[in-house]
Write a protein that binds this ligand. Structure first.
Ligand code: ATP
Length: 345
């Protein structure tokens, strides 16, 4: 039977759907009125499933429609947020590309850190107690808050002073403060590596690299330092876009090594391990050390920076390959080899 590639119309749906069409699949976009516009205007979806609200993605009725279309769903950041991890793990009976059990490992900061550490990847030092702060740190809070309320401090006094100011302004609560995640602030350049692990070929590919474009921080740094001091504006790190970059070529062995190590570690920690796209968000210091502060164990939003291919994805076959098309190609190969169970869950 013909397979339909399905995804929620958000996040990285444009190149997931486009790439699937290029590989000859029919595509379906789950959407709400108004949010369907890009998928219609760019003509990447053959069919639409309309819901009143994205959170209806988990409803039995939507799942039934997807099964009728013989769908494989591609999970991305928005899909996970709206479907919910518990539902994905226990109640979502549609074949999903990749290992659905690994998604919790990127969503929960402690699990994420455990996986990265097990893989032997350098992560920022974590401070359990604010009184131990002995260097510049970034203080983060739980939940998808887009970096609102995050702050930088260099001593315990500065930590408490800034935390209390944010509480007074109503940006943070006392509860938040108890859950503060304090980690070493890495001064470096941002690289987010977009990898693809093919279980069929048993190889990790590097398909592209982006850096983040975040508000208000990227606007704030356009103000001269003395005005920054006077403005008293709190920084935030709300992701608003992505910029494609390339890395110094001599660092590529390290980049491949990190990807290989993460895939290896994931195989024993969350069997069968990572399948398909994943991303490491890093900072590269002036001693050329690459420190990873975040990971995605599925397609990452920064892959939108190479919908028409990246300098790296071009190197494989001399064609403009996107992450979405790479996924579709793996599905196509698995179908032809009768090995689809190897890449879905
Ligand atoms: P996401 O939406 O990606 O899950 P988040 O709220 O979990 O975001 P992070 O991605 O951890 O936040 O951090 C947001 C931004 O803060 C990063 O893109 C980066 O610019 C900066 N940042 C995070 N951790 C560090 C660090 N250890 N050192 C320096 N900068 C950092």
């Amino acid at each position: 039977d013909e397979i339909t590639i399905a995804t929620l119309g958000s996040h990285t749906a444009l190149h997931i759907l486009k790439g699937s069409k290029l590989e000859g699949f029919s595509t379906v976009c789950i959407t709400v009125k108004g949010r369907d516009i890009p998928y219609k205007r760019f003509r990447v979806a053959d069919k639409f499933i309309y819901v009143n609200d994205f959170s209806e993605i988990k409803d039995e009725e939507v799942q039934e429609k997807l099964r009728e279309m013989n769908s494989i769903i591609i999970p991305h950041g928005s899909f996970i947020a709206y479907c919910g991890l518990d539902n994905i793990e226990k109640n979502f009976y549609v074949p999903m590309f990749g290992n659905r059990m690994i998604l919790r490992w990127e969503a929960e900061r402690d699990l994420e850190r455990k996986l990265l550490e097990e893989a032997g990847i350098r992560v920022p030092k974590k401070f359990e107690d604010p009184n131990d702060i002995d260097r510049c740190v970034i203080v983060k809070f739980p939940g998808a808050r887009g970096g609102k309320g995050y702050f930088i401090a260099s001593s315990k006094d500065e930590f408490y002073k800034k935390a209390n100011e944010l509480i007074d302004k109503g940006i943070l609560t006392d509860e938040d403060l108890k859950k503060a995640h304090i980690e070493e602030y890495i001064i470096g350049t941002n690289f987010c590596f977009h990898y693809f692990y093919s279980p069929l070929k048993n190889e990790v590919e590097l398909l592209g690299i982006d850096k983040r474009y975040e508000s208000n921080i990227d606007g704030l740094i356009r103000i001269p330092a003395k005005d920054q001091l006077e403005s008293n504006i709190n920084p935030s790190y709300v992701i608003t876009g992505n910029i494609p970059v390339v890395i110094r070529e001599s660092l590529l062995p390290k980049v491949f090594d990190m990807g290989d190590k993460l895939v290896e570690a994931s195989k024993s920690i969350v069997p069968p391990g990572i399948i398909g796209p994943f991303c490491l968000q890093s900072l590269c210091t002036d001693s050329l050390e690459i420190v990873v502060f975040e990971m995605s164990a599925r397609i990452d939003g920064g892959s939108n920076s190479f919908m028409n291919g990246s300098p790296y994805s071009f190197l494989y076959n001399g064609e403009p390959l996107s992450m979405g098309q790479r996924i579709a190609r793996e599905i196509k190969l698995a179908l032809s080899l009768n090995m689809i169970e190897k890449i879905i869950s």
